[in-house]
Write a protein that binds this ligand. Structure first.
Ligand code: SD4
Length: 331
């Protein structure tokens, strides 16, 4: 046997002996040192329209661009699609006929920016980014957000989207506020990405729940609820009933669970389980509730879970851009 092979053999035997002799804790620590290979870049986003959004994000990620730029560019795709009834100006209005938009963005340095109840602006995500980069604040709402956007050079879009207004007029005939699960209220785009440098960012944008009360704000523009990024650990974003996501500070919960050692999948499942438990404790009917989480950790591993069936997400990594059905609590 050559010296080198002898050396390798004895080293391997020595290492095995150490593992056998080590206490359980030491063995766990040693295992933790053997980290899985990080898959990057990677981008993941909610719902089917995430596929198109991911394509745009990937152009930036594949050129070693920053995750922050990628997620902004990605979610701008559904924002500018006027046929999209749940994101951007094509979204369904509130019960007074106003299309009010919520969005937030977060980068690897914990820089954050957010707008809520913003009207007449095509790209609320870019206004959120302007709040983050150009204002002394982290969140601006309503008329103030519009004023800020205009002062930053965004254009006020004056025309309402006809189809959306038509839907609203139809809704007014009954004025029944009972959002239909997975259809008229659950199509926020939340996107999280890790770039080639291993840095994480996220963006979330929506027109919110259809026919909500004027001035209602959901989870999507709330850092920690609809989106959270911790560059040491991972990131998460949410879709569904914002009230339920806010109740458990959803995405912060998912990320903190990953910090405590859960995989992204386990973290999403545990956060959903918490929502289920709280819903039951509050005497509410679970069948009226949908929430979906997606999460990504620093190794590029992802997870997704939702309350009801029907939630899907788009994942773009080295294997390509694919749509997956999320597993659900209610089977
Ligand atoms: C909201 N979470 O306004 C948003 C709605 C949503 O998919 O996600 N729709 O509560």
């Amino acid at each position: 046997m050559s010296d080198r092979r002898k050396f390798l053999k004895t080293s391997a035997l020595a290492a095995a002996a150490v593992v056998v002799n080590a206490s359980q804790t030491e063995a766990r620590e040693m295992k933790a040192l053997v980290k899985p290979v990080t898959v990057k870049p990677v981008v993941i986003s909610t719902w089917k329209f995430g596929l198109q959004a991911n394509e745009e994000a990937w152009k930036i990620l594949a050129n070693s661009g920053r995750a922050l730029d990628a997620v902004e560019a990605g979610v701008k795709v559904p924002e500018s699609n006027m046929n999209e009834r749940s994101v951007g100006l094509g979204g369904r209005p509130d019960r007074d006929g106003h299309v009010t938009l919520d969005a937030c963005i977060m980068d690897e340095f914990a820089n954050i920016g957010s707008v809520a109840c913003l009207e007449h602006i095509m790209h609320p995500i870019s206004v959120a980014r302007a709040v983050m980069e150009k204002s002394p604040h982290v969140m601006i709402v309503g008329d103030g957000a519009l004023q800020f956007a205009l002062s930053e050079g965004f254009t006020k879009e004056k025309k309402d989207v006809e189809e959306s207004q038509k839907d609203w007029k139809e809704w007014l005939k009954t004025s029944n506020y009972k959002p239909v699960i997975n259809i008229e209220n659950h199509d926020t785009i939340g996107m999280i990405a890790m770039d080639a440098n291993g840095n994480l960012s996220g963006a979330c944008t929506t027109s919110g729940i259809a026919y909500k009360m004027h001035g209602r704000v959901g989870d999507s523009p709330i850092i920690g609820a609809g989106l959270f990024v911790d560059n040491e650990v991972g990131a998460a974003t949410a879709t569904g009933h914002g009230e339920e996501v806010i109740r458990i500070a959803g995405c912060h919960t998912v990320v903190e669970l990953m910090r405590q050692g859960r995989t992204p999948q386990q973290a999403c499942e545990e956060a959903v389980a918490r929502i289920v438990k709280i819903t039951k404790n509050r005497g509410k009917n679970l069948k009226d509730i949908q929430v979906g989480f997606i999460a990504l950790n620093k190794n590029g591993e992802h997870g997704a879970y939702c309350v009801q069936k029907g939630f899907n997400y788009a994942l773009y990594d080295i294997k390509g851009n694919n749509l997956f059905n999320s597993d659900s609590y209610v089977k």
